[in-house]
Design a protein around this ligand. Sequence first.
Ligand code: NAD
Length: 521
Amino acid sequence: MTDLPTFVNEPIGELRRATVRDELTRGMAKLERRLPIKVPVQIGDGERYGEELTSTDPGDPDRVVALSAKATAAEVDEAVRTAQAGFRKWSATPAAKRAEILVKAAAWMRERRAELAALEVRECGKPWGEADADVCEAIDFLEFYARGAVALDRGKALFQVPGERNEMHYAPRGVVAVIAPWNFPIAIPMGMTAAGLATGNAVVLKPAEQSPACGWIVVRALREAGVPPEAIALLPGEGETGAALVDHPGVHTIAFTGSGPVGLQIIRAAAEPGAHHLKRVVAEMGGKNCVIVDSDADLDDAVPGIVQSAFIYAGQKCSAASRVLVHDAIADALLERIAGAVDVLVVGQADTFGIDVPPVIEQDAQARVERYRKIARDTGRIAAEATDGLPNHGWFVAPTVAADLPPDSPVLNEEIFGPLLAVERVPSIDAAMDRVEQLDFALTGGLFCRNPHTVERVVRRTPVGNLYVNRPITGAMVGRQPFGGNRLSGTGTKAGGPDYLLHFVEPRVVTENTVRHGLVI
Ligand SMILES: NC(=O)c1ccc[n+]([C@@H]2O[C@H](COP(=O)([O-])OP(=O)(O)OC[C@H]3O[C@@H](n4cnc5c(N)ncnc54)[C@H](O)[C@@H]3O)[C@@H](O)[C@H]2O)c1
């Protein structure tokens, strides 16, 4: 194939344009004719349909979006064994050919972009703008890793001396188990899967139980584009299916994105003896993301930036803002303005253009956020809550701002993953950084301030994987903001970054004595 053009991000749809909204609405109409979607277990050429898992619309839980088979323990074993055989064929496919197939999968998704976004709206309650951006991100991962894998295939130059030839190349590791969350229901499973396949591994994908139909899209796009069925399997299921995959001795790499407790369990389980190799774990986990606001911050930037970061997709992005640490000198002004902005947020169905806050993913999530809201009310103060017009059907939670909480409050220290933002006063930026320092998490962070020396100080001290200065803290773009956390937020592997693919390969060095001692004929 000819060289791929330079990578550029897929442009996100401009929803203010009627033509873009019309296209998405047509995508929804097309999707709705096919609901509920039947999702199979897919292993090699085999497919088994079933109705053991049901996914529903978070905004209208009576609407069934997908009926899915649930992989059994025997199917987990079969999928890994089939992938081991598929690995031999796929790893022997030249990197450029693999890249060509990934780029074709990106084209397959581009052609169906509106319908895929509609599926995310229905299955995960993602508002249109976010759903479209997620499909674009999945396309970006395919295009970006396709190029990265071709570059990686060239290996690295080594020091050479006369009479000796040294080569270093990167070989795929084997079978990758991809275990994905529901909150970026196509982009995240596609990102991890594309990285595994681009580098020549076979992949077994276990999508989140809340979004099996979105997971199936990932496998369909790749198979339609030409990935051999033995090299990519789909195992819909719950946690136990993921755990069985992690435990399987035939798995070499586990690419996991999800919550901290599950990530830690996977890291422990992966270290158990039983395989002929060390299982490598790429784990991207939760966060407790803080935004620091200094006394000189421009509140016209800070207020919309914070509100967007905390409440877009109902606070269900791993990067979402959850705590604001504001300098005493402007704390009252900031809190008053954030409260004013939150009071008027429009809560509504994800399929309605112009809403600000959709429902949360499921009933358990609604109950969890309500528990934290109660703690905030009982032990601190609710500074704002947008309860007007809250739909009473569906998993809606009122966007809430809490203040005056005790330092050891769970609201300040645990990941809530919902539309609840806590605001705290601090006497100085150093005091704010001390509080960030005390957290176990280090995923994203934000800073609003005008003084470049303060920016430099915070940059030097912050432990977070992604720090955003004077802008919202969500919306990382592939290739521009490699994404992922440190500490208990992740293994620091940076999805969409220049080094990500290295986690899916092993380096091999060949040294040859090139001084011939006679001829063999
Ligand atoms: N750091 C990041 O890049 C990032 C991105 C998105 C989401 N997240 C995090 O993901 C979480 C939300 O997603 P979620 O609710 O789907 O997370 P989750 O941990 O509940 O589930 C994630 C996946 O793990 C599977 N799983 C559950 N138990 C398992 C086990 N014992 N062994 C193997 N697999 C198991 C689930 O079935 C699902 O597929 C939040 O904590 C969020 O911060 C992090």
